[in-house]
Design a protein around this ligand. Structure first.
Ligand SMILES: Nc1ncnc2c1ncn2[C@@H]1O[C@H](COP(=O)(O)OP(=O)(O)OP(=O)(O)O)[C@@H](O)[C@H]1O
Length: 246
């Protein structure tokens, strides 16, 4: 069974056609990088996977569950599919440790000792053990994003969606966050869908690159094909040469 399957998916915002005939299958353990110009529908696509946006037609299956079916428990989908946002979305009135422990305590009922142990291990994994008792306002953007990643991992998701996780960061913070993401990508059991312009990340740990424009998927290639060959789509080629230049 694949982790994510889009079949002929359409999405409208009012009359605006945001996603057109999306067909995309993502296997368990794959890291897929989604690229494309601003407004091409990348965020919309990624947000349909955990139900933050609904679809208008077609079929979207996540870990075997049909998201359009009333029988599907969306809370279960959101437990299994984590999300990391551009602007972190941490609870600013809670310590770093509390930010990480809250979801597992409330949603999973994880016992306090075990919850704390897992949270501390994750803080170590993202290189921020010494920040456990800090408030998010005391952290840099890159540190906040690493905490947001740890918080997502604490739920033991099967899949994590990353929506431009480094685009709000100062350049010197970006590598710290990408390194944490690369570590996660190397864990072969985790499925990752990443909207990013960081082609170094795609080259190093991506399995596939998907190019979108105007709400459509115009290119879906294995990484080697995308970078070492040439995307067959003209717009994808132009986009690639533009982002690689900058
Ligand atoms: N809630 C909404 N209501 C109406 N239109 C929307 C809404 N959200 C997004 N759109 C429109 O849908 C299109 C796709 O937006 P989306 O955010 O998915 O693109 P994107 O590729 O992620 O862009 P960016 O790289 O700038 O974040 C855009 O034209 C946007 O204006």
């Amino acid at each position: 069974m694949s982790m994510i399957e889009f079949h002929n998916v359409e999405k409208y915002y009012g009359k605006f056609h945001a996603l057109t005939n999306i067909n995309l299958t993502i296997e368990k353990g794959e890291t897929v990088v989604l690229i494309g110009p601003s407004g091409s529908g990348k965020s919309t696509l990624i947000r349909t996977i955990n139900g933050l946006e609904s679809i208008n037609s077609g079929q979207l299956i996540v870990n075997g569950f049909d998201l359009a079916s009333k029988k599907t428990n969306m809370n279960k989908i959101r437990r299994e599919v984590g999300m990391v946002f551009q602007h972190f979305n941490l609870y600013n009135n809670k310590t770093v440790l509390e930010n990480i422990m809250l979801g597992p305590r409330v949603v999973l009922g994880r016992k306090e000792d075990e919850n704390k142990k897992i949270a501390m291990e994750l803080l170590e994994q993202v290189g921020l053990s010494e920040k456990a008792e800090s408030m998010p306002s005391m952290l840099s953007g890159g540190q906040k994003q690493r905490i947001a990643i740890a918080r997502s991992l604490a739920m033991h998701p099967k899949c994590i969606l990353f929506d431009e996780p480094t685009s709000a960061l100062d350049p010197e913070m970006i590598d710290d966050v990408l390194n944490v993401m690369k570590q996660i990508a190397k864990d072969s059991s985790m499925t990752m869908v990443v909207v990013t312009h960081e082609m170094g990340f795609a080259r190093e740990v991506g399995d596939r690159v998907v190019f979108m424009a105007d709400g459509q998927i115009l290119e879906d290639d294995a990484k080697e094909e995308f970078f070492d060959g040439q995307p067959s789509n003209e717009r994808a080629r132009q986009f690639l040469s533009k982002i690689i230049k900058h």
